[in-house]
Design a protein around this ligand. Structure first.
Ligand SMILES: [Zn+2]
Length: 283
């Protein structure tokens, strides 16, 4: 069973009511919320040499000027931050209000035994910066709340979900949808996981897909290699949206079943009556 029952499956992905259209330049979402440029140094061109055949110089420059908020520095967030840094995303804002616990170490690969008790955002930011010094990394040691979510989202071009609770996910869904920013939802449960790339104005919002309130279990079963696979899928979808490489699965739920090693793609439809964020005056 997927974490979210894909009961709203449909063959179409019509526009969500009340959406703020995503700002598009040359067919791609706009970039540059962080104000960093897209010039690549000779050292960076060398570092990314093996992937320039995939993204091209223009794609790599777009990645350099991209800023992403990594919501949560736990299992998903660790792999997401690592993969985003590896591919050359220019700026990461890593947000997590927790400290490292011994039970995190089976899957949260940016936190090591010596980090137990330290703030996760700081521990993660340190490792990412060491891993790729060309990436700007900002740790934020606060939980995502209604008070800070809009200010955080305004500072980036996109948000990737590394969370384990629905309350914060829905806050991010509202803020990203209202502000016209890409939001890639990801979740894991044991040997299963799911990814939903959400593009305001083009796809349903997260609330459309999940109209009922969902409780967040205190202890979600999680295995490192499954978390890594799901995080890789989420980063791949985000990178595809911003580089134009490959076929985007925006508006679809990707469900990974690592028991049988299958990925199922389900088309999603807006929920009738959903007051999608982004309606005038909602913010
Ligand atoms: Zn909606």
């Amino acid at each position: 069973m997927p974490i979210i029952p894909a009961r709203l499956a449909s063959s179409t992905t019509p526009r969500c009511r009340g959406a703020s259209p995503l700002r598009v330049e040359a067919g791609w979402p706009s970039l540059g919320a962080s104000g960093i440029g897209d010039e690549l140094s000779p050292q960076e061109l060398l570092r990314y040499d093996r992937q320039l055949q995939v993204f091209g110089l223009e794609g790599q420059r777009r990645l350099k000027s991209l800023s992403v908020l990594v919501a949560g520095a736990g299992g998903l967030g660790s792999f997401e931050a690592l993969y985003l840094a590896a591919v050359g995303v220019g700026r990461l804002v890593i947000v997590d209000g927790d400290v490292v616990d011994p039970t995190n170490l089976n899957r949260q690969v940016l936190h090591w035994a010596e980090d137990v008790g330290r703030p996760k955002a700081v521990s993660a930011a340190e490792k990412v910066k060491k891993f790729n010094p060309f990436v700007e990394v900002e740790p934020v040691t606060e939980p995502i709340t209604r008070d800070n979510v809009y200010e955080l989202v305004k500072r980036v071009d996109a948000v990737i979900d590394g969370l384990d609770n629905w309350e914060a996910r829905f806050l991010l869904d509202e803020a990203t949808y209202s502000l016209g920013k890409v939001f890639v939802h990801a979740g894991v449960h044991g040997m299963e996981g799911q990814v939903v790339p959400i593009v305001p104005g083009e796809t349903p919002c997260l609330r459309c897909l999940l109209p009922e309130s969902l409780s967040s279990p205190p202890k979600v079963p999680a295995v490192g290699f499954v978390v890594g696979m799901v995080a890789g899928m989420a980063v791949a979808e985000l990178v595809k949206i911003f580089t134009g490489v490959g076929r985007s699965n925006k508006g679809r739920m990707l469900i990974l079943d690592a028991i049988d090693m299958e990925i199922v793609r389900v088309d999603l439809k807006p929920r009738k009556g959903c007051t999608c964020p982004g309606e005038p005056g909602k913010q």
